[in-house]
Design a protein around this ligand. Structure first.
Ligand code: FAD
Ligand code: NAG
Ligand code: NAG
Ligand code: NAG
Length: 547
């Protein structure tokens, strides 16, 4: 009998799946060892990497940043394929904007002396949370505050990122001077403004974690998350260029698009068939087009959201169902929706005048929605928007990020509704006569002479929440789960528990993807390394066992 090559089928042509395929293909010791195939439910490769274009600029609807370039394999690929430079302008080509103009609801421009201490406090709290704060240079308030939160939050029964931050702000106020005479901001008190500025940063944190509510983010486990060192940058030729490079080593036809798996049939404990028929591979994949394909090993890289849907009663995605330790980890872990919104300013703004073009990096301090001062013209789904800014200094394209239920709502809105909502929100923030004494004229010089005149010609947004191939954006460690759950998600099935000779074939279902990496979950780095990890698992199995 001619030796039959083991067949490896990779589910999903995102960065995890393609990296695993690339590794299996290019490993010098495994040339022609496997029959490899990638099946992808969608009609493109890249998954949560989705580079697009608006108004002549290159933009990212999914993964955007390389979160730290030092030793980053993504950065290395980008350098090798010369993706870090381009003639076409791209999102954040001039880095992160760092000169925000902060406006408060109902028309007030905030003095940096009010904004900066709160932004700094927030940064110190987050650094502390990641174990990166040193006592040097801390103010008396900051020191007292960190000491206090470190003792009270850790003592709490289920400490969350949300409760930690709230306690941080409370403690900071506790060490402050108290409410002094405060004028010039209408019905805003100092405390309510500080709270609103703090909320701008909390809302950015909702986007970083994909948690609609920071009180659902586990305090301890979330601090295991690691950034790569070095600066963070975007990719000039787009994240998609990385995907294409990784996929380029695969042979033609080894990636099949439009192949959605509907059922994984596997053999956790019935080896009998295997002994008699050499043709029978242990895993049978059923596709939405009715076809069936068998495999010795599958590497599942679908999102945690798709797995959550797949373990619902009646879903029948796994037959037999996944063991309890897997389904419990899948249920406990958090997975949320984050969307990006891009708006192109209409050409009427495109005058020769430089100053009209410079739309500011606008930070928005909202009243809390239950406050009697909150403006009814602002739609609820805009109320947690941290900022609106051009994608680079002179771009006509503006962007904003949304998380949680606001992000989901965005998916259901028509373009005109979005334009209306954004325009009326900006109108409610532009300084009016009430705030005349505070208004220092910055706004005119940065290009919004009058919010009511703002016109947008195009809208482009992502739809990660409702797309059945993703059902959300990325994962987080929810209160009630832990880093162990991320590790559990990575375990292959069936579990290698015994050495019995009649145990079922090993490594039938392997798991890769962003949500299977304990310290780099939610990022392209995590997805990439998980692909390498699972390819290595197979290589080791075959090379060590000498097949
Ligand atoms: C809005 C947004 C912004 C982000 N920003 C960043 C960032 O700045 N930096 C960063 O590092 N990361 C960022 N990320 C996260 C990053 O995009 C992901 O962590 C990474 O791309 C996940 O890769 P993956 O291979 O694990 O999963 P995916 O890319 O989801 O790949 C899984 C593939 O499986 C396919 N699939 C699903 N179900 C089936 C099925 N039943 N049958 C067949 N195929 C199926 C899907 O279509 C998909 O192509 C962002 C993500 C989003 C959504
Ligand atoms: C909103 O403000 C009201 C009073 O103005 C307060 O009672 C409530 O706790 C605030 N809600 C939040 C979420 O801060
Ligand atoms: C991917 O980008 C295209 C535009 O290039 C967009 O139509 C599509 O909705 C995006 N996918 C998701 C899931 O957002
Ligand atoms: C199963 O466990 C044994 C002993 O721990 C190990 O030698 C073997 O490589 C494992 N097999 C797989 C497929 O992981």
């Amino acid at each position: 009998m001619a030796a039959k090559k083991p067949r490896v089928v990779i589910i999903g042509a995102g960065i995890a799946g393609l990296t695993a395929a690339n590794k299996l293909y290019t490993n010098p010791n495994s040339k022609d060892l496997f029959e490899i195939c990638v099946v992808e439910g969608g009609n493109r490769i890249g998954g949560r990497i989705n580079t697009s274009e608006l108004g002549g600029d290159l933009i990212e609807l999914g993964a955007t940043w390389i979160h730290g370039i030092e030793n980053s394999p993504i950065h290395k690929i980008a350098q090798e394929i010369h993706s870090l430079e381009s003639d076409q302008p791209w999102e954040n080509m001039d880095g992160v904007l760092d000169d925000p103009l902060t406006l408060a609801e109902n028309g007030y421009e905030l003095n940096p002396s009010l904004v900066k201490p709160i932004s700094r406090l927030f940064k110190k709290l987050v650094d502390f949370f990641h174990g990166e704060v040193s006592e040097d240079g801390l103010s008396k308030e900051e020191k007292g505050c960190l000491l206090k939160v470190s003792t009270t939050n850790c003592a709490a029964e289920k400490p969350s990122l949300g409760s930690f931050l709230q306690q941080g702000l409370d403690a900071y106020w506790g060490f402050g001077e108290g409410e002094e005479e405060f004028k010039g901001y209408g019905f805003w008190s100092r405390k309510s403004l500080e709270k609103a500025v703090f909320a701008i940063h909390e809302n950015m944190q909702r986007i970083h974690t994909a948690a609609g509510d920071l009180y659902t983010v586990d305090y301890k486990a979330e601090s295991e998350y690691r950034f790569f060192p070095g600066i963070e940058i975007t990719i000039a030729k787009g994240y998609q260029s990385i995907i294409e490079s990784i996929a380029s080593v695969l042979t033609v036809g080894s990636i099949q698009l439009g192949k959605k798996v509907t059922k994984f049939e596997w053999q956790p404990n019935s080896p009998s068939e295997m002994e008699n028929g050499h043709d029978i591979r242990p895993v049978k994949l059923h596709f939405s087009d009715g076809s069936v394909f068998s495999a010795d090993h599958v590497i599942v890289t679908v999102s945690l959201g798709v797995l959550k849907a797949g373990i619902c009663e009646n879903s029948g995605m796994f037959d037999p169902p996944l063991p309890k330790f897997k389904t419990e980890a899948i249920s406990r872990l958090g997975y949320g929706v984050v969307n990006k919104l891009f708006l192109e300013l209409s050409p009427t703004h495109d005058t020769e005048s430089e100053k009209i073009m410079r739309f500011p990096f606008l930070q928005l301090a909202f009243h809390n929605s239950t406050s009697e001062f909150s403006n009814p013209e602002i739609p609820w789904w805009m109320r947690k928007t941290s900022y609106l800014c051009p994608i680079y200094r002179k771009s006509k394209v503006l962007k904003s990020w949304f998380a949680g239920k606001e992000a989901l709502e965005l998916e259901s809105l028509k373009d005109e509704q979005i334009i209306d909502g954004v325009t009326s929100t900006i109108s409610c923030f532009l300084p009016n006569s009430n705030s005349h004494e505070m208004y220092n004229g910055n706004l005119n010089s940065v290009g919004i002479p009058n919010g009511r005149e703002l016109k947008f010609s195009k809208v482009l947004k992502s739809n990660w929440g409702n797309d059945p191939l993703f059902l959300g954006s990325y994962s987080y460690v929810a209160v009630g789960s832990s880093g162990d759950d991320l590790d559990t998600l990575a375990l292959p099935l069936p579990l290698n528990t015994s050495h019995e000779s009649n145990s079922s074939p090993p490594l039938q279902i392997l798991f890769a993807g962003e949500a299977t990496h304990r310290t780099l979950y939610s990022t392209t780095h995590g997805a990439y390394f998980s692909g390498i990890r699972e390819a290595n698992r197979l290589l080791q199995h075959y090379l060590i066992n000498g097949v």
